[in-house]
Design a protein around this ligand. Structure first.
Ligand code: ZN
Length: 241
């Protein structure tokens, strides 16, 4: 049994298709939200996730697409892209997004877009990670939202360790520790590595790997231009920020 955990696809179909080339048919796909927003293929990305994911939670861009929630806090570029996204999303895909919940919990792990309970909080440092661990009893928490692949470990002695996965990597879950894993972003990485990111989780081996992989960025940039989306959204993909 292996889980493939994807997040922050943001309408980037080429990156999502490249991820699915690495994900096997036997893997169970989990999605941490922000399927839409920024990118030129929101419908195609929603449909791929609908077809493939066994659990999906809402991201802030998904909620904004459905009912404008939080749109006033978006920066001008994000807002312009969201207004475009709202014009192209099909009613059927909007209805599907509207039916998603904010969290998915099984005994072994919790899925949320940004943080437990405060769903759209950005976990960017150890104090925020400590609050997240305190807000849930889940031994393993998967998040996205910041588009930065990294992991926090709450050790049995109460200390928190932190590690970036800018170039990917694998680690083993140790008995007595709890983990908060940011799987990074499929469609718009922001940790200064333009390669897309997602995680594999193998419960039997207590092993998590963060995978960084190339996808045809130039093709997405062409589509962003064709859709008359802000040019900044094309430029940021090559620098990963
Ligand atoms: Zn996002």
């Amino acid at each position: 049994m292996r889980y493939a955990i994807v997040s922050d696809v943001h309408g980037n179909l080429e990156a999502l298709q490249s991820a699915f080339e690495l994900i096997l048919a036997t893997d169970s796909v989990l999605c941490l939200g922000d399927i839409v927003g920024y990118g030129p293929n929101p419908n195609e990305c929603v449909e791929l996730i609908r077809a493939r994911a066994t659990a999906t939670v809402l991201g802030n861009h998904d909620v904004a697409a459905v009912d404008n929630f939080g749109l006033s806090y978006f920066n001008p570029t994000a807002r312009e892209a969201m207004e475009w996204t709202q014009t192209v999303l099909t009613a059927d895909n909007v209805a599907w997004l509207n039916g998603l919940g904010y969290e998915f919990r099984v005994p072994e792990f919790l899925l949320v877009h940004g943080a437990p309970v405060t769903y759209f909080e950005y976990i960017l440092d150890k104090p925020a990670a400590a609050r997240a661990f305190a807000a849930t009893d889940a031994p393993l928490i998967f998040v996205g939202h910041t588009h930065i692949a990294e992991a926090y470990t709450l050790r049995a002695d109460g200390a928190i360790d932190h590690k970036h996965f800018q170039q990917g990597g694998t680690f083993t879950l140790e008995e007595g520790s709890r983990y908060l894993v940011n799987v990074g972003s499929v469609g718009q990485p922001r940790d200064l590595n333009p390669r897309a990111s997602f995680a594999f989780y193998e419960p039997e081996l207590a092993r998590i790997s963060i995978n960084r992989f190339d996808y045809p960025i130039a093709r997405v940039q062409e589509k962003i231009a064709c859709a008359h989306l802000p040019d900044a959204l094309a430029r940021r993909l090559v620098v990963g920020r």
